[in-house]
Write a protein that binds this ligand. Sequence first.
Ligand code: TRH
Length: 351
Amino acid sequence: MTNKPTRCDIFCAVVDNYGDAGVCWRLARQLASEHGWQVRLWIDDAAPLLQLAPDYAASPVDVRVWLTPWPVPWLATECADVVIEAFACALPQAYVEAMATRSQPPVWLNLEYLSAESWVTGCHAMSSPHPRLPLVKYFFFPGFDEATGGLLRERDYDARRKDFDESAFRAELGLPPRAQDELTISLFSYPNPALPDLVTAWTNSDRPIRVLRPGSSEVAQAIGSLSLHSLPFLPQARYDDLLWACDLNFVRGEDSFVRAQWAGKPFVWQIYPQTDAAHLKKLDAFLAIHPAGTALGAFWQAWNGAGTLDWPDFAASLPALGAPMLQWARTLAARRDLASRLVQFCLERLK
Ligand code: TRH
């Protein structure tokens, strides 16, 4: 290997929402800033990144991460040393042909969606030879144990957490100081038929509840015990701050789900809905490995459309959830992060 920086092309096709772009952007930044790689993020729809990374989109400050529109039809370009096909997005055929002409074929990874299901460990790092070209694609599965690709977590996460000032953050968002006995909740969810009943339960709560809804344009309102605040969509680098400022976090999809685990606070996950209720299997697989899985189960399943929400019962369980949530965060944080595992995996294959 020369001492030139490893060049990496990440291809991202935005399906919907923010997660595809959110995961790819987070990975690109880590590979560049923590591993010194030269990264091009080829994305077919940069709109989510204008919200996730508004400063960067306006003025690229880090020349090691290039946000590159994915041209259609593809324009010939030299391929990288490492090619990451995010979420099986399918690379431009001309790019694959170019990969095959390199004297040293690139390391080609398919970055998969995160799942706690047990079959993941058996599939992680599996190779698939290209049917026609001298290329091999590897399946790289994020996951919760050492036999998978791990989870995205920045090296400076703990330092940022230590420097976090909740009251300054609340003031910056125009929120009042925390009230006596206030339960502060962040709510990031898909449209959810269970939400109206949950809002009613919050309204009738025996303690003040402040709900912060990032990316919502609803008018702020105070009804009974509930104060509901809409917040602007926060840049991705600030989303952790919101999770740290709250006592309970409702998250969704994949990336915010992981961030809630790093925050070490009680959280509720609304999984990306899939047909034939396949998502409930993924939900149960995670509950089965989490130390608070039993305590979380009924409320999480109801929040995901399987059962009826019992807010008073769940609220009463919150104090006991703190320790297992922190334990889980510490257990996961003690393991090598996804970017480090991915770098090692690739460098071992780049002769
Ligand atoms: O937006 P999502 O629903 O994305 C989904 C999931 O990734 C799902 O797995 C995928 O199949 C689907 O897209 C196509 O949820 P997710 O994964 O949490 O991504 C949201 C991103 O937005 C995450 O990086 C956190 C970030 N975010 C902010 O940066 N600021 C905010 O204010 C909020 C609410 C989120």
